[in-house]
Design a protein around this ligand. Structure first.
Ligand code: ATP
Ligand code: MG
Length: 420
């Protein structure tokens, strides 16, 4: 026998028994986004490699070692998107959506990063991305946090902590960067090799190290907050004042950084301790510099991305999520006449009851074996069409999950009974 082909490492199937949980969460996302007036944008999964190099930057983990990049048959370098922000800005610029306009957008879909697979970290994963353009004040930063906070409430999650920081402006960060480099240079022997490399390329990223041996050093590093100017401070205060008014708790995490020049002011993460090392479920911030970096006029932008696998993992043990049953009624057909009549009956039932999930048995089989299948399908009802029923123009209805007597009824009676 030929050897089975398996899925690619770090890329997972979602099996039918799981999809209804996903659908429930996805519908909740759509409802919450709708409540804030956000519109969906759908973007390609593949983009020119250049887009990610220009936006994410050459010296990040993603561009250095995580991208799925290949040449197509035309020898153009393409990349499976590792994130959605760049593609979203690209699309908005390409279609002229950013001229004196305000936008609140979301997208949902697969992202690809060549990482070491582990729980909560995959090579193909799904993100909900939310991006807003054209708004300068901290109200929109607060709105994104309110929106995500509402989503946790809708999903019944109360174990996520909001962490905040402000990165200030490019100029403020440049002064800070020098101080930080000075500090790490004075402690060079305590840096791991990764951090030594980052000291040259992207020193802010050192603060983000996951190496336990460096935590002590990093915790005593100068804090970016102390380098912010009046305007950046006021913006941050505008955000925290709103959160306090709404009684949304937060902690300030001075080590929350994005090592890219296009970020400014607000950064935030929703973090849980329940998922081990992969505890960030949602990460976002303001990236006012990116649109210009991608060739547009300077413009304001704030957004976040949410890791769906991590969110679903938080909901894994919850048995109270509403489940969509694939099958409500199973149609059993015994004999040739019933098989012929059954097809027509099934279609008429679907016309009459568009929300009924009706599965029709296919292929001749004994009543007993069809009945077993009906039971296994999870259906509440078995509809039985045999010779007698066809002759009398009736259908027998058996209740599979209730202690109610079987009945033989007309089509009209059946639709009334199944409507409830
Ligand atoms: P990390 O530090 O965990 O690598 P990141 O900074 O690379 O995270 P972002 O690019 O900010 O992550 O992505 C936003 C969110 O997407 C993350 O907070 C996480 O929930 C999710 N995410 C990122 N990478 C992966 C992955 N490889 N597998 C599953 N989810 C991921
Ligand atoms: Mg990463």
């Amino acid at each position: 026998m030929a050897k089975n082909i398996q899925a690619i490492r770090g890329m997972h199937d979602v099996l039918p028994e799981q999809t209804s949980r996903w659908q429930f969460v996805e519908q909740t996302l759509r409802d919450v986004l709708g409540a804030y007036g956000y519109a969906e944008i759908r973007l390609p999964i593949v983009e020119k490699t250049e887009l990610f190099k220009r936006s994410i930057g050459e010296v990040t983990d993603i561009v250095e070692k995580e991208m799925y990049t290949f040449d197509d048959r035309n020898a153009d370098s393409l990349t499976l998107r590792p994130e959605g922000t760049a593609g979203c800005v690209r699309a908005c610029l390409e279609h002229g959506l950013l001229h004196n306009q305000v936008h609140r957008l979301w997208y949902y879909g697969q992202m690809f990063r060549y990482e070491r697979p582990q729980k909560g970290r995959y090579r193909q994963f799904i993100q909900l991305g939310v991006e807003t353009y054209g708004m300068e004040g901290p109200e929109i930063d607060a709105e994104l946090i309110m929106l995500s906070h509402r989503l946790w409430r809708r999903l019944g999650l109360d174990n996520l902590e909001l962490q905040l920081n402000s990165l200030g402006t490019v100029a403020e960060r440049a002064v800070y960067r020098d101080k930080l480099v000075e500090y790490f240079n004075a402690n060079l022997d305590l840096l791991d090799s990764d951090s030594k490399r980052r000291l040259q390329s992207n020193p802010l990223r050192i603060l983000d190290t996951k190496n336990p041996e460096m935590q002590e050093l990093v915790s005593h590093a100068p804090a970016l907050m102390d380098f912010l100017g009046a305007e950046s401070k006021a913006h941050f205060k505008g955000l925290t004042d709103t959160l306090e008014a709404l009684q949304i708790d937060y902690t300030i995490n001075q080590r929350l950084v994005r090592g890219l020049d296009y970020y400014s002011k607000t950064v935030f993460e929703w973090v849980t301790t329940e998922l081990g090392a992969q505890g960030t479920v949602c990460a976002g911030g303001r990236y006012d510099g990116l649109i210009e970096q991608l060739g547009g006029k300077p413009n304001y932008a704030v957004g976040f991305a949410m890791g769906m696998e991590r969110l679903l993992a938080l909901l894994e043990y919850r048995d109270d999520l509403p489940v969509v049953k694939p099958v409500d009624a199973y149609l059993i057909l015994v004999g040739e006449a019933a098989e012929k009549a059954g097809v027509i009956l099934a279609e008429q039932l679907r016309d009459a009851l568009p929300n009924l999930h009706l599965q029709m048995h296919c292929g001749a089989a004994s009543f007993k074996s069809q009945f077993k299948k009906a039971d296994k399908s999870g259906a509440d009802y078995a509809l039985i069409l045999g010779e007698d029923e066809v002759a009398d123009n009736k259908i027998s209805l058996k209740f599979l999950r209730r202690n109610t007597e079987q009945r033989t009824v007309s089509f009209a009676e059946l639709t009334e009974l199944l409507r409830i």
